[in-house]
Design a protein around this ligand. Sequence first.
Ligand SMILES: *[C@@H]1O[C@H](CO)[C@@H](O)[C@H](O)[C@H]1NC(C)=O
Ligand SMILES: *[C@@H]1O[C@H](CO)[C@@H](O)[C@H](O)[C@H]1NC(C)=O
Ligand SMILES: *[C@@H]1O[C@H](CO)[C@@H](O)[C@H](O)[C@H]1NC(C)=O
Length: 488
Amino acid sequence: MANGLTRPVSQSSAIMGVITSFFVVGGVQGLLLTTRAMCLLISRFWHITDVHYDNTYFTSQLSCNDDVPSPGPYGDYWCDSPWRLVQSTVDFMADKTRELGVDFVIWTGDTIAHIKNEDTSLDENLVVLHNVSAALEAGLPGIPVYASLGNHDFFPDGQAEANVSEIYQAVGDMWRDWISNQAQVQRFENGGFYATAVRNAPKLRLLALNTNLYYHVNKVTAEMADPAGQFQWMKGQLQEAKASGQKVIITGHVPAGLLVPGAVDWFHPRHKKSFVQILFDHSDVIAATHFGHDHHDGFKVLQKPDGSGAVSQFTAPSVTPWRYRIRRPSGDEVGNPHNPAVRLVEYDRDTGEHLDYHQYFINLTDTNTQNRANWAKLYSFKEAYAVPDMSVNSIKVIYDRVKDGEGKDYTDQFCRFSLVSALEKPCEDRVRGEIYCGGIHHDKTKVDNCVEDYLKRVNHATPATRSGLGFFVPVLITLSVLIGKCYF
Ligand SMILES: *[C@@H]1O[C@H](CO)[C@@H](O)[C@H](O)[C@H]1NC(C)=O
Ligand SMILES: *[C@@H]1O[C@H](CO)[C@@H](O)[C@H](O)[C@H]1NC(C)=O
Ligand SMILES: *[C@@H]1O[C@H](CO)[C@@H](O)[C@H](O)[C@H]1NC(C)=O
């Protein structure tokens, strides 16, 4: 265009040039405006979970499941988090937030260490909750943290009450500014759950649930049909959101879907049935659900047997690197080591759509050796699984690729990421089956049967070819680079 103006041109072609420039410039400007508008709508939130801060890490080591004679400065795979690890996680979140901008934080509970009831008290738990809340507030000023309690935050452990209680009142007071609405603070004081508007996203609503009410170790609520009336309240919130054209993000500590690998069921069966039914009935307004508790990284769909009513469920890996140990006369069962982690989710402020997440971590071994936490990206969801976003459809596509033992790259990644890359061992076939079956079924019996079927199919199948990766990866990388330009 610019060259045309310096050359001698006839009057009519000059006019044509002006008109063309007008449209071209207008078009480019329109495109820039649209891109800019799109970029403004794309934003981020943090998901931090299962901090399990152990203030005895350097002294009596109450959370440690093995002898740790020389505890590393940032923690040990056998123990819960020392303060240095907690502060380092918050500092990393603060740095990244200054760099990118973040709308809010979801914090899905279990801040207290794995310590026996006789070694703690409600008052001590409240001090820990207060200190970690204060660290988040100081590190992320002005950014609301939509927080939930986890089973270990209660005293005694796991016994979430279904009514007004001391812990809900004390914590409601602590989180008052984050919950922001007085009526919802009161709601929290009477059962440990609340709804909130989402900062910078007026078309979204967030429900911070207290799913500890449904946890199978909870004796207080075991016989109740609707502990604290949370089911009734959820339905009301979801209906209201729909009526006002909002989408809903659901958060909480204990997930309804099974822990994979292993197919571990957490909910009382009757509560699970009611809970998933509510999700199915309102799947059209639910943007996504996010939980903790598993300590493992995972994602799945909760859906009816015919595939309808599907809702996504993401579980973020823990900050604590702690390995469990279940003592048995026949020999102890011990969990795998995993690295400390925190997650950044990208979403659309307007539609609530979840676009991607970036999983950050530190290599605990290296961090202790260097006495310096090198937070780094482990992977991004879209890129790792070669899908366009975090939608229910994308998750279904991923599980569809692995259903016959194919797509081993994906199940291998899932295995590696589930432990935040602390162990580099390949998945066994049974584990691949559990990943697939736990990814699409939420019923324990169905998962177990599905795994047996999977193993039969895999053992009879001829060597599998790689599924569609060759085509998808280049297309998706190009797409993510284009979209990624907005916010990196
Ligand atoms: C909580 O913070 C206070 C003030 O910084 C400190 O004195 C106390 O030791 C902390 N408690 C724990 C359990 O870390
Ligand atoms: C909750 O506590 C209040 C006041 O103590 C009591 O009146 C009410 O019946 C309790 N509700 C339930 C569901 O236990
Ligand atoms: C963590 O560091 C150790 C020691 O340098 C190394 O062997 C291991 O591969 C690292 N793991 C990851 C996931 O980077």
